[in-house]
Design a protein around this ligand. Structure first.
Ligand code: BT5
Length: 328
């Protein structure tokens, strides 16, 4: 009901709308409208109420509910089932719980804050309230589980395109980071539930440091990480960015869901790579080796050339990649 009232207020172009009209249009009592208006106010909407003129929407809060992003969202199925939380342990964990209970492909889970957001290998992911975009998507691809890591490349390419639509240039640091000025602004965590040759579901989680300030990071993380706000000098429109990301994701993911290839995404990741053509340090099981990154294969693996001339394809789950002197 509160969504329906909000829609009417939004459509009314910042003008007063009488309680009588709302009540007729939605077939609810004036008291019920008043109650829902109060809930909207608690959610952060500024609404002018006048006993004579009715209600007028003054401003909407910076929150990532479906209602707030739907005008920018042009997807067919990604985000049609949309769950928004004020606070949660981790959107990936919630997505897995929901997927276990049969929630459909394309379900999007967003939270304004995460208490135990995590990265790969159980690393903590700082997720302060209203400052970032902490989102997970449930996917149900009918592919061999071995192909699933490619979805991370689809996520990375979608984010590069979404950032470009906001006129922000960023690079992909294979396999799962997006970086600006040598620092990380976004990370992707793809998890799955599968049998040996059948995927039950995949959860692709993505964390974007949109409007975090320096104080939001620990000293240690700030050495490697930054936010879009810090790098661009201005506050990012989180609603637009998440919607553009979901739009791009649906488009690029269709290649994967139809024939399990991700050529378009790989092309975008290659064109915007932070590491191809550069000497890198590869960390695997605590052991460091050095090589030159030369390509990303069609399977989404990083192709590297060692000093002895040998060439190897690296699989994302096994390793971390670093620049020689900095994060990248
Ligand atoms: C990742 O892990 O980059 C994947 C992060 C995925 C986070 C999203 S948020 C929505 C969804 N729900 C979750 O619980 N997770 C996903 P990894 O490659 O392990 O990188 C972790 C490293 O990134 C840290 O050790 C830091 O160095 C750096 N980093 C950059 N921004 C950070 C941030 N906001 N919080 C923590 N670490 C950050």
């Amino acid at each position: 009901m509160k969504e329906a009232i909000l829609n009417l207020l939004k459509k009314n172009n910042d003008d007063f709308l009488s309680g009588q009209i709302i009540s007729e249009k939605l077939n609810v009592s004036r008291t019920s409208i008043w109650k829902h208006i109060n809930i909207l106010k608690k959610d952060g909407y500024i609404i002018d109420s006048s006993s004579k003129k009715g209600y007028k929407l003054i401003s909407s809060p910076d929150i990532l509910t479906y209602e707030e992003i739907k005008d920018h969202l042009h997807t067919k199925y990604i985000g049609k089932n949309f769950l928004h939380f004020d606070t949660i342990d981790s959107t990936n964990t919630e997505a897995k719980r929901l997927a276990d209970n049969g929630e459909p492909c394309g379900t999007v889970i967003v939270s304004e804050e995460q208490n135990t957001g995590h990265g790969r290998l159980g690393r903590a992911w700082i997720s302060p309230k209203y400052k970032g975009i902490w989102v997970s998507i449930i996917l149900r691809p009918e592919v061999n589980p071995i192909k699933v890591p490619k979805i991370t490349q689809v996520g990375a390419a979608s984010m590069i395109n979404a950032l470009k639509s906001l006129k922000i240039d960023a690079q992909v640091k294979w396999p799962n980071d997006i970086i600006i000025n040598h620092k990380k602004i976004c990370g992707i965590l793809t998890e799955m539930s599968a049998e040996l040759n059948r995927v039950h579901y995949v959860v692709m989680g993505i964390g974007i440091n949109a409007n975090l300030d320096k104080e939001d990071f620990s000293e240690d993380v700030f050495k490697k990480a930054t936010s879009l706000k810090i790098e661009t000098g201005s506050k990012i429109d989180r609603k637009l960015l998440i919607a553009n990301f979901l739009n791009e994701f649906e488009e690029l993911y269709s290649e994967f869901s139809t024939n399990s290839t991700v050529k378009k995404s790989i092309d975008i990741c290659k064109k915007n790579s932070a590491i191809i053509g550069r000497d890198i340090k590869i960390i695997s099981d605590g052991v460091e080796t050095y090589a030159r990154a030369i390509d990303i294969s069609e399977e989404g693996q990083l192709v590297v050339k060692y000093q002895d001339g040998s060439i190897k394809n690296l699989i994302s789950s096994e390793i971390s990649v670093r620049g020689l002197n900095e994060y990248i």
